[in-house]
Design a protein around this ligand. Structure first.
Ligand code: URA
Length: 182
């Protein structure tokens, strides 16, 4: 299956309640052969309005962090654990993200087959690798079901708490080193 076909399915998905309030699904963006995938929590208002991932304030910071680490955002595949915006930006519920991961994210990962997957924030980290202590585990890599993951702070957390920014910058560099050494 191609990403476009999967994207069409996501656009028509009604398998969880989030479909009822969405304006657009936010499937993900980036090359089908990207070496790095970044996975966030959920679309926010700007993303819901446009159908594009990470284009609000945390997206702007994410683009800067990618660039500062010597990469180009256009080389990276960017998505989230749910493709539809939860109302009032609440956290996605387990039933929502489990369904969305099974129907879409796992298949995106299979198709793209990245060298490393950066998990942005607690929700993505917990949903994909079952870890919950981000302060302790950020910057570490995990091998789960034959896939390599790295835990990173969510850029929104660094906007809220500026002292996380240097750590996020450092982790983004570590993420890049994982592809440099392949
Ligand atoms: N935050 C996320 O986790 N994902 C987006 O797409 C936008 C903001």
């Amino acid at each position: 299956m191609k990403l476009q076909e999967l994207c069409n399915q996501a656009n028509n998905c009604n398998q969880c309640p989030l479909n009822e309030s969405r304006t657009h699904t936010v499937f993900g963006e980036g090359p089908e052969n990207a070496k790095i995938m970044l996975i966030g929590e959920a679309p926010g208002r700007n993303e819901d309005e446009t159908g594009r991932p990470f284009i609000g304030s945390s997206g702007k910071l994410l683009s800067e962090l990618i660039q500062d680490a010597g990469m180009d955002r256009s080389q990276i595949y960017i998505t989230s654990i749910v493709k539809c915006r939860p109302e009032n930006n609440r956290k996605p519920r387990k039933a929502e993200y489990s369904t969305c991961i099974r129907l879409f994210l796992k298949k995106q990962i299979e198709i793209i087959n990245p060298d490393i997957i950066g998990l942005l924030g607690n929700s993505a980290i917990y949903a994909l690798i079952g870890e919950s202590n981000i302060k302790k585990i950020h910057g570490q890599t995990y091998q789960v079901d034959g896939r390599k993951y790295m835990a990173l702070f969510h850029p929104a957390a660094a906007l809220y708490s500026r002292k996380l920014l240097p750590q996020l910058k450092e982790d983004m560099l570590k993420l890049k080193k994982n592809i440099d050494h392949n």
